[in-house]
Design a protein around this ligand. Structure first.
Ligand code: PLP
Length: 380
């Protein structure tokens, strides 16, 4: 693991603290989630829920996840055998990769990708086969080349790691794109491992489409999400994986030796949060959509070329030809007291992302406004 060093988030968050900067680097909200969830956690802590929970997760949380999957995506998962609770989506992703890949097996993933993917693939001794998401000329979003996608599949392809809505680009994969990926999964007998932690954070009236809902995909998909983003509790690390029993039991087999179990008293609280229903989720989405608009307008007014983000907590900007995102982000806190992250660290083909940096908008409006005020003072 030596080449992996310290994550860019740790480096940039430490820089934010050291320089007293506004941290728009790491994606965590600066407000708490629903009070009902927090009260339920406090109640669980005070009322004897502090020992090891069952390996697959507490029954009320598995039941709540099952009901959620049905309500939002029309997917049926049996709480007993088709759902496992994990230490965040991160553990579910790692356990899925470790469970399904032997050394030398290949994993197709879309770059830029969330940084734990490369590390988990390396831990399994597997090989990344990146497909590049490139900003289109109009700045209207990111797209991939279907030929490059097809070429990434081969006889050693074991799985496709798909993150939609996508961090860091804010891309929401369309039905046509997902259909193409699904067809290739079937042709090459690959499993789709989907990271859907931003499933509810989709804007502009677009729809999130779990690939498991496409024909014949439920049986070859491990669908992963977590409570952190939807319920503003990223520090709780309560996630889950859903899928057919054969795949979920493989995830559980690995999970039992990674963490065994996790977050005992927080699991019943997440069950309460999932039970709050669509009005809570709709409120979170609306609030974040307006924050996206606020930050994007501010960044444009400060002279940045903003690339369209249709989901997640994030928006990327293009610094222009010749720019280097890493040195730009390292100097930004000193220059104006704002932290962003360079997205080139999420690419295998770093040149593709050299000019791009990412800002998080999951912050209070006054924080976003102050960040924009500072960025507007920058000499360009
Ligand atoms: C795409 C993506 N996947 C996974 C995670 C981590 O999820 P969790 O905290 O539930 O492990 C994040 C957090 O930023 C993310 O952006």
């Amino acid at each position: 693991m030596q080449p992996f060093g310290t994550t860019i988030f740790a480096e940039m968050s430490a820089l934010a603290v050291r320089t007293g900067s506004i941290n728009l680097g790491q994606g965590f909200p600066d407000t708490d989630g629903p009070p009902e969830m927090l009260d339920a956690a406090a109640h669980a802590l005070r009322n004897g829920r502090n020992q090891y929970p069952p390996g697959p997760g507490v029954p009320e949380l598995r039941a709540a996840i099952s009901a959620h999957q049905k309500e939002y995506w029309g997917l049926d998962y049996d709480p007993d055998g088709e759902i496992v609770v994990t230490a965040g989506a991160t553990e579910a992703i790692a356990a899925a990769i470790l469970a399904l890949c032997d050394a030398g097996d290949e994993v197709v993933c879309f770059e830029p990708y969330y940084d734990s993917y490369a590390a988990s693939i390396a831990l399994a001794g597997a090989v990344r086969r990146p497909v590049t998401l490139t900003p289109d000329e109009s700045g209207e979003g990111y797209a991939f080349d279907a030929t490059q996608l097809r070429a990434a599949f081969g006889p050693r392809t074991k799985l496709v790691l798909l993150n939609s809505p996508h961090n860091p680009t804010g891309k929401v994969f369309s039905r046509e794109e997902l259909t193409l990926i699904a067809e290739l999964c079937q042709e090459f007998d690959a499993v789709a491992v989907t990271d859907e932690v931003y499933e509810h954070l989709v804007y502009d009236g677009l729809a999130h489409i779990p690939i498991a809902t496409l024909p014949d995909m439920r049986e070859r998909t491990i669908q992963i999400s977590s409570a952190g983003k939807t319920f503003s509790c990223t520090g709780w690390k309560v996630g889950w994986a859903c899928g057919p029993a054969s795949l979920v039991s493989a995830v559980l087999r690995v999970k039992q030796f990674l963490t065994f179990v996790n977050a005992g008293p927080l699991q019943p609280a997440v069950a309460v949060a999932l039970g709050l229903g669509s009005s809570y989720v709709d409120g979170v989405r609306a609030a974040l959509e307006s924050k996206r608009d606020r930050l994007c307008a501010g960044l444009s007014s400060a002279g940045f070329r903003v690339l369209r983000s249709s989901g997640t907590y994030f928006v990327t900007v293009d610094l222009g030809s010749g720019a280097d995102g890493i040195s730009y982000c390292r100097s930004l806190p000193e220059r104006c007291g704002v932290v962003a992250v360079p997205t080139q660290v999420f690419y295998d083909n770093v040149d593709q992302g050299r000019r791009l940096i990412r800002f998080a908008f999951c912050k209070r409006d006054d924080v976003l406004d102050e960040a924009v005020r500072r960025l507007r003072l920058l000499e360009r």
